[in-house]
Ligand binder design. Sequence first.
Ligand code: PSV
Ligand code: MN
Ligand code: MN
Length: 386
Amino acid sequence: MTDAVRAALRAQRIELPSWAFGNSGTRFKVFAQRGVPRTPYEKVEDAAQVHRYTGVAPTVALHIPWDKVDDYTDLAAFAGECGVGLGTINANVFQDDDYMLGSVTSPDPVVRRKAVDHLLECVEIAAGVGVRDVKLWFSDGTNYPGQDSIRARQDRLAEALRETYEALGEGQRLLLEYKLFEPAFYTTDVPDWGTAYAHCLRLGPKAQVVIDTGHHAPGTNIEFIVAFLLREGKLGAFDFNSRFYADDDLMVGAADPFQLFRIMHEIVVADALAPEAGIAFMLDQCHNIEPKIPAQIRSVMNVQEATAKALLVDHRALTEAQQAGDVLGANAVFMDAYNTDVRPLLAQVRQEMGLDPDPVAAYARSGYADKIVADRVGGQQAGWGA
Ligand code: PSV
Ligand code: MN
Ligand code: MN
């Protein structure tokens, strides 16, 4: 059993967000850190450090235009030299004055055209560097009852998604991310998994839903959503992070490691962990007060720990207890796995991969943090505060 568990952990893949490496903050203050990347190339370099010490984070997601470069093929080649590859292309139609009343759902057709053109540009960028996924999140919505027609906005959304979907190449996917609220406070045009699911279903097989773990009402049973979407073949990806209150973007597994375990359990039960299963496990986080590279390393480790625990669930015993109606027995099997200390197992997995068993310590010893402080003067913001 542990051979299979260790093999699954060695094969696991977690994608890093380029924006986690830049300065970020809240709407109150961005605390600048020294040595942060000044260019997308430097973000890729930092992401490569995370992969170097964890061995399971070989791709870095880009956010356009935060990571706009003249030549994406060149950036992809540079990433290759650093030992990583480019991952999901994230569209950004939420930081332009034109989008005050929405992007693809704006009442203004000129604004809608501009937004869809950006989505098409993202599809093209992805295709140009052989990337499978284009991820769409819309800040679109309204602040006041009566401000705009809820129905008309759904029609405009469907139209924009259709045009983008039609542009996808062979093997490409459109990933639609939902979020309950913010920045819109009354209605949001893609507020929940049901809305995202319904649009993806209409679009076709290349459209799938993204679950950002920070995008739900408090108390939402996210693992139920995971189970449902997996069963329907409509779960495309995760944006992992954790939250105490709203969309906090804290390190995954920091606020609620038990929830992360429950999510990973549904993944394991559905046999959806391996990269071939097609679920992209991405981080979507901001490190406002903590050092960014170690925070990404810690986040990857947190996902690995939850995954290892999920892989250790005794499924035979669990099924037996479930079928016997043994409520407490089933729960005990589940909790036994959760309460296992998997850190020695993961240390062993890392050694089998030729890595240091302690990625955080290995990175700290490397001197990279001092080097970037010395080399890089004047970091750029991740985009949120820009
Ligand atoms: C929106 O809150 C979101 O989760 C989307 O995924 C954006 O692309 C991302 O944050 C940027 O951090
Ligand atoms: Mn997200
Ligand atoms: Mn978010």
